[in-house]
Design a protein around this ligand. Structure first.
Ligand code: B12
Length: 336
């Protein structure tokens, strides 16, 4: 049990809100508040002198707890039960631990399917993300992303990585959300801020995992970089973490890597392998691959990312098609 600073009701000093005002405050539709009230009994608890039911500060605090639990992946029924179980004592409320469901993918409960429209969408305050067939953890991450709740996004990422490892956290939780955010942008032109916020959380979460692991002593590193003019590089951060889980050291050189910097890094680190990411087709430049220096001992050359689709690759250049395939291929090549 943990104690939080949820404000106790103070009818004398704080305004009681109508459904519409409470909905605005919480960033949800008024219909959602009415549904929560009807279905889970989490609504206004008292009447004002007029006949309309209004939300007190304590009611709002309870709904905020419910939202927090939803963002962490709890079903609406569990989230409401959790919020209703919080006791208000004096100036602070005593709340039980948030029911997190980050590690399991038991499928949605009937109640949750009903709440989410049975169409694989998650909704926050009128914003919608399509996540058909996604895990419960991915839906929680989707909600946190839509709410622009960076600390919840970060916590969910850390919990997913700790619970199921880098590969599952990426493939089953993060990747579906990124793809859905990208789709939303492609169809509506909105949500770039969500893309940025999730990216800014993914980088440190997976980076911290890599930094926490000790590589095999004296192993030659794998160099990871995104092609010049390529800003997309999250899959490389994740690959570095997945390789770190196998003791393989990496030097992640980030986005938009100039050729001269790549060549300098190859000469200085004598890598065992080089991986070049192209998300966009226009940056997938075969000429750059051919211009890489020859070294002794040699390094293996790989390309990855959808930008290389359909590109005829030069000899002795491998194509990595997924995180798991990349981890396995590089591990096999390096740990011989
Ligand atoms: C996050 C993001 C950004 C971030 C990048 C942050 C960062 N530090 O990486 C920012 C905001 C910078 C950005 C910018 C832009 N973006 Co952007 N972005 C994305 C988003 C949402 C995720 C990118 C990502 O990490 N994908 C990785 C995974 C999630 O993609 P995936 O398709 O599931 O993965 C496939 C493979 O890559 C492979 N795979 C998956 N993971 C891994 C891991 C490894 C190691 C390997 C080997 C393989 C592998 O398996 C999948 C099956 O093929 C995508 C949407 C999307 N679907 O990818 C758009 C997307 C890539 N962006 C797009 C665009 C157009 C842009 C911009 C031009 C415009 C804009 N939105 O501002 C700029 C480009 C800037 C530039 N010059 O590079 C388009 C690209 C369309 C195209 N094919 O040309 C996309 C597809 C959005 C869309 N639906 O239209 N973006």
């Amino acid at each position: 049990m943990s104690v939080s600073a949820v404000p106790a009701p103070n009818a004398a000093t704080e305004a009681w809100l109508s459904v519409a005002a409470a909905a605005r405050r919480l960033g949800v539709a008024p219909a959602t508040l009415r549904t929560w009230d009807r279905r889970y009994g989490i609504g206004p608890t008292a009447h004002t002198p007029g006949r309309h039911r209004r939300y007190s500060p304590a009611d709002l605090a309870r709904l905020e707890l419910m939202q927090r639990a939803l963002v962490r992946g709890a079903s609406p029924a569990d989230a409401a039960a959790y919020a209703l179980s919080a006791r208000t004592v004096g100036p602070a409320a005593v709340v039980p631990p948030v029911p997190a469901r980050v590690t399991e993918d038991g499928g949605a409960s009937p109640v949750e399917l009903l709440e989410e429209g049975n169409d694989g969408r998650v909704r926050v305050g009128g914003r919608v993300l399509r996540l058909p067939g996604a895990s419960r953890a991915a839906r929680g991450l989707g909600r946190a992303a839509l709410a622009l709740d960076a600390s919840a996004v970060h916590r969910l990422l850390e919990e997913s990585i700790a619970a199921s490892g880098v590969e599952s956290a990426w493939d089953d939780v993060v990747r579906p959300v990124l793809a859905a955010v990208g789709e939303r942008w492609a169809h509506s032109g909105v949500g770039v801020e969500i893309e940025h916020l999730v990216s800014e959380c993914v980088r440190p979460a997976f980076g911290a995992r890599a930094a926490a692991l000790r590589p095999v002593a004296d192993a030659r590193p794998v160099l990871l970089g995104a092609m010049p003019d390529e800003q997309h590089m999250l899959p490389l951060v994740v690959l570095a973490a997945a390789l770190a889980e196998r003791g393989i050291p990496c030097r992640a050189l980030g986005a938009d890597l100039p050729v001269t910097a790549l060549v300098a890094a190859i000469r200085r680190t004598a890598p065992v392998a080089v991986v070049l990411w192209a998300q966009l087709p226009q940056v997938a430049d075969v000429g750059l691959l051919e211009a890489l220096p020859r070294t002794r001992p040699r390094f293996r050359r790989y390309v990855a990312g959808p930008g290389w689709d359909g590109v005829a690759l030069p000899e002795r250049t491998g194509r990595l098609l997924s995180l798991r395939a990349a981890t396995a291929t590089i591990s096999d090549a390096v740990l011989v």
